[in-house]
Write a protein that binds this ligand. Sequence first.
Ligand code: FAD
Length: 371
Amino acid sequence: MTSSSVIRQLLPGEREPVHSYQQVTFKQQRMKTTTNMASEFGLMAGQALRVVMPGKVALPGEDSYLQARQIYNGAVEYQPALFALCETVADVQAAVRVAREHNLALSVRGGGHDWAGRSLRDRGLVIDLSKMRRVEVDVKAQVATAEGGATAGDLVAAAAPHNLVGVTGTASGVGMAGLTLGGGYGPLTPQFGLGLDNLLGAEIVLGDGRKVNADAFENAELYWALRGGGGNFGVVTSMRIRLHPLRELLAGIILFPWSEAKSVLHGYADIAASAGDEFAVITNILSGPDGDPVVLLAPIWTGDQAPGKQAIAELQRLGSPILAKIGPMTYSDLLRTFDANFVNGRNYELQTRWLPKLTPEPIRALLDAGS
Ligand SMILES: Cc1cc2nc3c(=O)[nH]c(=O)nc-3n(C[C@H](O)[C@H](O)[C@H](O)COP(=O)(O)OP(=O)(O)OC[C@H]3O[C@@H](n4cnc5c(N)ncnc54)[C@H](O)[C@@H]3O)c2cc1C
């Protein structure tokens, strides 16, 4: 039987089949060929890379491959052809060049917290920076130089002994480069801006393997693009990040029963609309201890303590909290509190929306979703 004999005339009223037998066969053959070619290219690239960076290449079937493939979101199924486990800028340059020579697509793995799994290029070469996490602090200039794989936790730990902080997100494990290149908001954003506002300059390996610097004076357009442009302009091997003096902040959690959710969210929206720069509040709807939904407000005050206590007391008065735990703490303590809620390796589905302000319509949607 030839494949064309399977294609038959449609009967009156019958819908066009999605694939004919012939189309499916060709498609499967094409996919098989592409997969085989990709794995062949991967093996050849792996051999070439092992010559320049021995002991730092992970291929499918090896323990180091399984370890490198683990990221925050366990639902991501991409299977890269190989990992370049870089330890130096020269390693990164070598990996970029080998990927070009072998026609392999590239991705960069920083902290591995992008939930869509963009750090793992399916059947491509992954430049893994998780061994490049050094952070040095220039205390006088209040600037940190962080390697491309440094996480928020690494930055915070290096700055803390000097009573300095950098703008990070809420989770210690998130990579500073991934965060900053995408914008980067967090508990300190109202006071000190987004992550990208605090990027003073970066060292980058470009697509042709060259290493360049980008800041306000050198490669200024690249510097502009890096601040919020995502991870597409090269491999950031180090970043200079502005730090800020902050010894302690006032923070904690307030938990409200679901019966008060509507009035709490409306009251919170009013407070947020007129809050000063020292005040950030993270709001959550989650399952309480008995399984019922609760509203959690996590206030963070970075200014003087007395007005901070008043501002937080105003939040508490929005209802009758089931629990309120507020006190002075360091920024490291604060991140540790949030970290308890982030579990690596589970299957996650996430969607995000930005709102200019919290109006009744999104509040209604949140209440419906929570219920
Ligand atoms: C639990 C959790 C909490 C989060 N909280 C916040 C938050 O509070 N605020 C916030 O703004 N975001 C937050 N995020 C989102 C997070 O900032 C982004 O997903 C970010 O891209 C993760 O960076 P990463 O380096 O950890 O991830 P990766 O998955 O390693 O990388 C993410 C992207 O950046 C690229 N990239 C990473 N490093 C480099 C580099 N050195 N050079 C070039 N490209 C690079 C990667 O190729 C990929 O495209 C959170 C994510 C999670 C999972």
